[in-house]
Ligand binder design. Structure first.
Ligand code: R5P
Length: 281
C-alpha cells in the first residue's frame, strides 16, 4: 500500500503514510501552456490511499486526475475536507445540489471513501461507493486538554452542532452548551449560551468549519460582555476565507486552531491517525 495526494494535502498524506507504516508516491505537478493541470505519478503499488481535500476547483481536478493515474490499483479515497458539502440541498429553484454533483464524481476506480466531519451527514448518501465519515471531536478534546484551561465551557455555535460539542466535552468531562441567538430589535441580536453561564470562566467555541469567522467573532464579543475570561476557537476545517483569522483576532479570540484537513499555519492537530485507523478497518 502507498499514499498519494494532491498538492494541497501533501503534509496530511505524509502523516497518514507514517501512521500506516508506508510511503508516499512522488508526484510531479505542473500545467500545460493553456493552463490545464498536469500531473505524473511515480511508482505505484497495487493498493493506494488517494488523499485530497476539495478546497478549490484545481484541487478537485487534481483529485480526478490522480484517481485516473491510479487505474488498476485498489484505491481508497480520502476526502479530508469536502468542499461543496454545505450546498446539500436545493435552497432555491434553479440551484444545483452541489454536494450530490461532487459526490457523484467518485465511483469508478474507487473501492471506498473516507470523509472527516462532513458538514451534513445526509451528503454521504450521494456517494456511489461505501463511505465512512470519521470525527475529530476526540482530537479537539485532546487539544483542549493540552491547553490546561481551568473548568472550560465548551460551546457549539448553534444547536445543530451541540452533539459535536458534547462529544468534544466528553474527553475532559467539561460542561457544554450551545449558543442561542435572540433578536432584541431590528438591528440588535444577542448571543448567549442556552443554559449555562459564561461568566468567570474560559470558553472554547468548537465547530466543524470556520469560514469567514463571522459567527465566532460576534459570539466572542458577546461572551466577553457576559464575563467570560478568555474565548478560544477550535474547528476541524480551517477554511478561513477573507481575512477570517484576523477578524477573529480583532474579536479578541485568544487562540484559533484547526486540524490539517486544510493545511494551515494554525493546524495544530492531525486527522492522520484517525484516517489511518479507518483505512485499517
Ligand atoms: C455552519 O453550519 C457551520 O457549521 C459553521 O458554523 C459555519 O460554516 C461558519 O461560518 P462562518 O465562519 O462564515 O461564520
Amino acid at each position: 500500500m502507498k499514499v498519494i495526494s494532491t498538492e494541497k494535502s501533501q503534509i496530511l498524506a505524509a502523516r497518514i503514510a507514517t501512521a500506516l507504516n508506508t510511503t508516499v508516491v512522488d508526484v510531479k505537478f505542473s500545467r500545460f501552456p493553456d493552463g490545464e493541470l498536469y500531473l505524473a505519478a511515480g511508482k505505484l503499488d497495487d493498493e493506494t490511499v488517494i488523499v485530497g481535500s476539495i478546497t478549490d476547483s484545481d484541487a478537485l481536478i487534481q483529485l480526478l486526475l490522480l484517481i485516473d493515474a491510479c487505474e488498476g490499483s485498489k484505491n481508497h479515497l480520502v476526502l479530508p475536507y469536502m468542499g461543496y458539502a454545505r450546498q446539500d440541498k436545493r435552497f432555491r429553484d434553479g440551484e444545483p445540489i452541489s454536494a450530490r454533483a461532487i459526490a457523484g464524481l467518485f465511483g469508478e476506480g474507487i473501492k471506498d471513501c473516507i470523509t472527516v466531519n462532513i458538514h451534513e451527514p445526509s451528503v454521504l448518501n450521494y456517494f456511489k461507493v461505501p463511505v465512512t465519515n470519521i470525527s475529530l471531536a476526540g482530537d479537539i478534546g485532546d487539544c483542549i486538554a493540552s491547553m490546561g484551561l481551568s473548568d472550560p465551557l465548551i460551546l457549539a455555535p448553534d444547536d445543530g452542532a451541540l452533539a459535536f460539542a458534547e462529544s468534544v466535552a466528553s474527553k475532559g468531562g467539561w460542561d457544554y452548551d450551545h449558543l442561542e441567538k435572540t433578536r432584541l430589535s431590528g438591528v440588535e441580536v444577542k448571543m448567549a449560551p442556552k443554559k449555562l453561564c459564561a461568566a468567570s470562566r474560559p470558553v472554547v467555541i468548537v465547530d466543524d468549519i470556520i469560514s469567514t469567522g463571522g459567527t465566532i467573532a460576534t459570539a466572542s464579543n458577546m461572551l466577553y460582555k457576559q464575563g467570560a475570561t478568555d474565548v478560544y476557537a477550535i474547528c476541524v476545517h480551517g477554511v478561513l476565507i477573507g481575512g477570517a483569522y484576523t477578524h477573529l483576532k480583532v474579536g479578541e479570540v485568544r487562540d484559533i486552531c484547526c486540524s490539517d484537513t486544510i493545511e494551515r499555519s494554525c493546524s495544530r492537530f492531525s486527522a492522520a491517525k484517525s484516517i489511518a485507523a479507518a483505512i485499517r478497518g
